[in-house]
Design a protein around this ligand. Structure first.
Ligand code: UDP
Length: 366
């Protein structure tokens, strides 16, 4: 009989990761996957575009749990995912990353004695003020399969004593690398509109993290820097209308081109053609690296420390001078790093093989 798993997704990066893993699961044929979409970031992530353009199997269950405080959101997800588990009776529940959907899925399953697999396990920012850090630590602690994207993530788990827990721990590589390799061939599908906007030399910038968008001082610090950089270079900034409203009062240089959030193929097009990435996103820091572009990270810390250690990524926080100076330092620098920190591009296959192993409990890549 096929092994049955429930996969919980709810936010943009999880759709991108699921696009690679769910496709591989379908092709492999030995696992039956039931997808649950919590609706966590429904509008912001234009989830339908992601599902159709990347041909992710349609969710069997779709909730609409968004726009709530963390407690209410996680609570409602917990309740509804529990119902799905009781109906579907899966062998395992799989979650990605660090959102409320991740934690709710893991917790609902574990309490019903269903095994939990966490993809992107072991990442740490060591900033407990981030809701994402709380979600990922708690999810790791109750997971049975911890699929780490990097050696750093494995080392983090070891430091926290995970080698003494009865869990499978494996560095499978990064599932986002699989997604990028899988979808790079569709860059040609990027719209004429995006191609037009992306003519010439430009910086690709994204900004969505609450620590920046909900803090006026940080937001002003970042936009003061972007305004100065825009004096010499175009900046393309896909921005959700909600974040856009928050910068209503800031005068923006004409070279800052704010556009609506884009689909993944268009994002890959922008990544391929930009000269530099500036972001507070986790995923984009790696995608900059995959595209051999330097990244200025508008945060005080990052989970992807190997990129900072190798100087591919510079942390500037929201400090105007530091952002501007870092831009000047990097703008003409050659990208020479040749190491690959994120696996062999077959993360999905490694995850599937591990999930199907009879003696998986013995796998501890620590
Ligand atoms: N992304 C996208 N369109 C956008 C902005 C981002 O396709 O307008 C992609 C981006 O390439 C990356 C992922 O969404 O793969 C990152 O999502 P986000 O920044 O929301 O989350 P994080 O990575 O910080 O968890």
């Amino acid at each position: 009989m096929k092994k049955k798993i429930i996969t919980v997704v709810g936010a943009r990066p999880q759709f991108i990761k699921a696009a690679a893993l769910s496709k591989a699961i379908m092709e492999d044929g030995r696992i039956e996957e039931v997808i649950v979409h919590t609706g966590q970031h429904f509008d912001e992530n234009m989830s339908d575009i992601f599902f159709t353009e990347m041909q992710i199997p349609q969710p069997k269950y779709r909730f609409s749990i968004n726009g709530l405080n963390h407690g209410a959101m996680t609570g409602r997800m917990l309740e509804q995912i529990e119902d799905v588990i009781l109906t579907e009776k899966p062998d395992l529940l799989l979650v990605y990353g660090d959102t409320n959907s991740t934690l709710a899925g893991a917790l609902a399953a574990k309490k019903l004695k269903v095994k939990v697999a966490h993809v992107e396990s072991g990442l740490r920012s060591y900033n407990m003020a981030m809701p994402e850090e709380i979600n990922r630590i708690l999810t790791d602690r109750i997971s049975d399969f911890l699929f780490c994207p990097t050696d750093t993530a494995v080392a983090n788990l070891k430091r926290e004593g995970f080698d003494t827990f009865p869990a499978v721990i494996r560095n499978t590589g990064d599932i986002m690398f699989d997604s990028l390799l899988l979808f790079k061939q569709y860059i040609g599908n990027a719209s004429q509109e995006i191609r037009k906007i992306a003519e010439g030399t430009f910086i690709l910038c994204t900004l969505h993290r609450a620590e920046n968008t909900d803090d006026e001082t940080r937001l002003t610090g970042i936009f003061n820097a972007l305004n100065r950089i825009a004096e010499e270079r175009v900046i393309i900034l896909p921005l959700h209308p909600r974040t856009r409203k928050k910068i209503d009062k800031i005068d923006l240089h004409d070279n800052i081109k704010i556009i609506d959030p884009v689909g993944y193929f268009e994002m890959l097009y922008l990544l391929e053609h930009c000269s530099l990435v500036m972001t507070d996103s986790g995923g984009l820091q790696k995608e900059a690296f995959f595209n051999r572009k330097f990244c200025v990270t508008l945060r005080d810390e990052t989970e992807w420390t190997e990129l900072v250690d190798s100087h591919c990524n510079r942390l500037t926080g929201a400090d105007t001078e530091l952002i501007v100076n870092t831009y000047h330092m990097l703008k003409d620098q050659q990208f020479t790093e040749n190491r690959n920190f994120y696996g062999d591009g077959h993360t999905a296959r490694h995850i599937i093989e591990t999930l199907l192993m009879e003696n998986a409990q013995s796998v501890k890549n620590l």
